[in-house]
Ligand binder design. Structure first.
Ligand SMILES: C[S@@+](CC[C@H](N)C(=O)[O-])C[C@H]1O[C@@H](n2cnc3c(N)ncnc32)[C@H](O)[C@@H]1O
Length: 235
């Protein structure tokens, strides 16, 4: 029984959760090593919707989030799972190592995605599954955006939002040689519109994962100092 209604319960959130949930379950079904994954970390878990999706798959799941009220909601809704507060923008002790790390809807809310992902990388034991909005363009760049206010946002006033090429570059730099973008993506308009804030789902891994509909993403080279270059378009 849910006693407290949050921003994560409004209709538009339910709709995008349904699309992402279907996609996530299909991606998990497709991972050949899925049965060997035992533990999961849900990074920036919000009200815990995807923590529960992972737990239903048999994964021992922990959720972390910046906001104490989100953590309280998670604990009320899913007392059988583990949740605690953590700010990815600050120095943090590694939350431990997990076979699967889910990073849904968070990378465009951070003050320094490069720093946060480098620290978080140690926790990604086998695979990371990412869903994120990206800044426009095919150069390896960050945009500074004013952060919105509310329980599904950071508390920092300004955040750095990477382009898709920049995010892929960061994960490569963090040690993930294999980055895949499944040709199937969630069925929702935010994955279709080719504009600022388009969403993408992809998988990062240190080992090759061969799935027919997963396309390995080209890893762009970092810009040489004062010679920014355009990188190949992904889609
Ligand atoms: C758009 S919501 C996504 C929630 C959930 N992962 C989902 O996809 O539905 C972004 C979440 O990131 C959390 N968040 C924002 N900045 C954070 C930070 N610096 N460290 C940890 N969590 C953060 C927010 O509290 C919020 O729960």
């Amino acid at each position: 029984m849910q006693n407290k209604i949050t921003v994560f319960d409004i209709d538009s959130y339910n709709r995008i959760n349904e699309a992402r949930g279907k996609w996530l379950n299909k991606a998990l079904d497709d991972i050949p090593i899925c049965d060997s994954l035992k533990t999961a970390l849900d990074v920036a878990c919000g009200a815990g919707y995807f923590s529960k999706v992972l737990a239903r798959r048999g994964l021992e799941t922990t959720g972390i989030d910046l906001r104490s009220n989100n953590i309280e909601t998670c604990k009320e809704r899913y007392p059988e799972l583990h949740f605690y507060q953590m700010n990815l923008d600050e120095e943090f002790d590694e939350p431990g190592s997990f076979d699967l790390v889910l990073m849904f809807g968070v990378l465009y809310h951070l003050q320094s995605p490069l720093k946060s992902i480098l620290r978080l990388a140690a926790s990604i034991g086998r695979v990371g599954i990412v869903e994120t909005r990206v800044a426009p363009g095919n150069s390896m760049a960050y945009y500074l955006f004013e952060e919105l206010l509310g329980d599904c946002h950071n508390t920092a006033p300004v955040t750095e939002v990477p382009t898709l090429a920049a995010i892929v570059g960061i994960f490569r730099h963090a040690g993930f040689e294999y980055i895949y973008r499944p040709t199937y993506q969630p069925e929702h308009e935010e994955w279709e519109q080719l504009k600022n804030g388009q969403r993408h789902c992809f998988i990062v891994s240190r080992e090759a994962i061969n799935v027919p509909l997963w396309q390995r993403m080209t890893i762009p080279k970092f810009n040489k100092k004062w010679e920014p270059v355009l990188v190949p378009k992904y889609i």
